[in-house]
Design a protein around this ligand. Structure first.
Ligand SMILES: Cc1cc2nc3c(=O)[nH]c(=O)nc-3n(C[C@H](O)[C@H](O)[C@H](O)COP(=O)(O)OP(=O)(O)OC[C@H]3O[C@@H](n4cnc5c(N)ncnc54)[C@H](O)[C@@H]3O)c2cc1C
Length: 531
């Protein structure tokens, strides 16, 4: 029977002793913080309650960007910082990020002039890390780049450059980078309590979700990086803590590449609700979104509302010809933004709100909460948080090395799209059983990638394999359902489990994946099932 790789990790996580940093949450914020801490030489443990990137960090628009929207709002320092981070990520993880051409269509001369000027400023703010210069396009040139753009009334457009990435794969890459630098991370380990001594937070209690075992870990400083769930952790310390966050939902639809052939994306700078809408080529499909809808509660599986789908498809229909209909949607997914509603101190300690869109709070008991921000700036968020944590935990204050840190698998080798995300690991995957065995004609993934995910990337469930190690669920939910039994068989074999366990995995996966199919039965009038 193969050795389950998780046992050694659990043993390392719970070994006697005190960690320098305990990070709660394995999304962009937590993984970025943990990598920052481990690369500064601090003993670092990360606990993730579900799977890495199960929350918002696998549900983004897949852009590494300065944020054209922030530019329109005049938030220059934020845009400059994000553009700088975009450039660093492009250098430090060339296997996961790429520059992408965007066309902003102009249906009147004013829009062309206005956005043309704005995007020149975007170029300037990116400085020497710019990915390419923006320029005006005539009607013919705009249609050449984006042939399905609605031609009627089109006057031309602006071409500009931004970055694109695979969000969940970046999360897994950060996990591997953390491990490469001596950090320990455990998924399916929800934190259930904080250990306090003399009013100070000195550790946490967690549950092993696989066995039900309860554990305690001690740390000099505890970082709460749980995204939209950050208030839940804050309340473990102080049940009266005022809520910091008000979640907002954003949804996307994924359709066939035929709706946006070529390699350029479309950016609609101002939709009817004043948002930006993107249509972005991604893994040979097209992601269209997003929306922005305040929601009353959090869920690990937020479901798109009917009005969001209608809004995305109706807006797309105004700019794309042919336009995708409901029947063309291969997958639909939603994520929750951890928006900070109140940056004032709630009177229980100092506030370290930074002049960016992420916020770091230190409670009276020394719990460091990082929230807000975006994927693009995860590294900077981690740097700021560890600077803060070193002071709070009395750790040696060390300089960051992450601006020049190559992430796990760093490679500039041109590889087929599906394998590129593994970078230098791609060769090792090609040597595993099932390397030539594709799972489904509608998906670019092989059986070997699933084995790799279990052996080296801490995948524990069929959902981990199909939603986040590969992106099958997001690319084509129906195809992913068809391959679920095969994925479960491989997972069971790798983990030494039997057929009944595999069947249960398939059943659970079907339940989750149903929410990504667009059909009357899959949509509820409100939030999806919580957890
Ligand atoms: C619709 C949408 C589109 C976006 N698009 C982009 C984009 O294109 N580019 C960009 O740069 N940014 C984008 N963002 C922003 C970006 O995705 C988020 O800022 C980022 O993913 C948030 O990461 P996080 O780690 O803070 O939260 P999360 O990713 O939600 O991670 C929090 C983690 O904490 C875990 N957790 C919760 N409770 C516990 C507990 N008790 N114990 C242990 N673990 C726990 C959760 O399981 C989860 O994995 C987008 C956001 C949304 C909503």
């Amino acid at each position: 029977m193969p050795q389950d790789p998780r046992s050694a990790t659990l043993a390392a996580a719970t070994a006697p002793g005190t960690w320098d940093l305990l990070v709660i949450g394995g999304g962009a914020s937590g993984l970025g913080t943990a990598v920052e801490a481990a690369t500064r030489g601090h003993r670092t443990l990360l606990l993730e309650g579900h799977d890495y990137a199960k929350g918002t960090s696998s549900r983004s628009t897949k852009l590494v960007h300065g944020g054209v929207r922030y530019l329109a709002q005049g938030n220059i320092s934020l845009v400059r910082e994000a553009l700088h981070e975009r450039g660093l990520l492009r250098k430090n993880a060339p296997h996961l990020t790429q520059s992408l051409r965007f066309v902003v269509p102009a249906y009147d001369w004013w829009a062309g002039a206005f956005y043309g000027l704005g995007l020149k400023l975007y170029d300037v703010l990116a400085g020497r890390l710019n990915l390419g210069r923006s320029k005006s396009l005539g009607k013919e040139a705009a249609l050449e780049r984006t042939p399905t753009l609605q031609a009627e009334g089109l006057m031309g457009g602006i071409l500009y450059f931004d970055g694109q990435f695979d969000d969940a794969r970046l999360a897994v890459t950060l996990l591997r980078t953390l491990e490469d630098h001596g950090g320990v991370a455990l998924n399916y380990a929800p934190v259930t309590g904080l250990i306090q001594k003399n009013g100070q937070v000195v550790g946490a209690r967690f549950r092993d979700a696989e066995t039900g075992g309860e554990y305690e870990v001690r740390a000099r400083v505890v970082v709460n990086a749980t995204g939209v769930w950050a208030d839940d952790i804050r309340r473990l310390e102080n049940p009266d803590a005022r809520p910091l966050l008000s979640p907002s939902q954003g949804s996307h639809v994924v359709v066939s590449k035929r709706f946006l052939p070529g390699d350029s994306a479309i950016m609609i700078p101002r939709t009817d609700d004043g948002r930006v809408l993107f249509a972005v080529p991604w893994h040979d499909h097209v992601v269209i979104g997003t929306t922005d809808l305040p929601v009353p509660e959090t869920s690990f599986e937020p479901r798109p509302l009917e009005e969001e789908i209608a809004f995305i498809l109706n807006t797309a229909a105004r700019y794309l010809d042919p336009a995708p209909t409901r029947a063309d949607v291969q997958s639909v997914y939603s994520g929750l933004r951890p928006l900070v509603k109140d940056e004032q101190s709630d009177g229980v300690g100092s506030t370290a709100a930074l002049s960016r869109d992420h916020v770091i709070r230190i409670s009276e008991g020394g719990l460091v909460t990082l929230t807000g921000g975006k994927w693009t700036t995860y590294r900077r968020m981690g740097e700021d948080t560890v600077d803060c944590a070193e002071r709070v935990g009395g750790l040696p204050q060390r300089l960051t090395v992450t601006p020049g840190l190559h992430l796990h698998g760093w490679s500039e080798e041109p590889l087929p799209d599906a394998l590129r995300v593994y970078g230098s690991d791609a060769q090792r995957i090609a040597a595993l059983p099932g390397a030539g065995c594709f799972l489904h004609p509608g998906l670019p993934y092989t059986e070997a990638e699933l084995r790799w995910g279990v052996r080296f990337e801490s995948a524990r469930t069929v959902e981990d394999l199909l939603a986040r190690r590969t992106r099958a669920l997001l690319l084509n939910a129906r195809a992913s359902l068809e391959v679920a039994p095969r994925a479960a068989a491989i997972l069971a074999q790798e983990l030494g489990q039997g057929p009944a366990w595999a069947d249960e995995q398939v059943r659970r996966y079907r339940e989750v994946a149903a929410g990504y199919l667009l059909g009357p039965a899959s949509l509820s009038p409100g939030q999806g099932q919580g957890e």
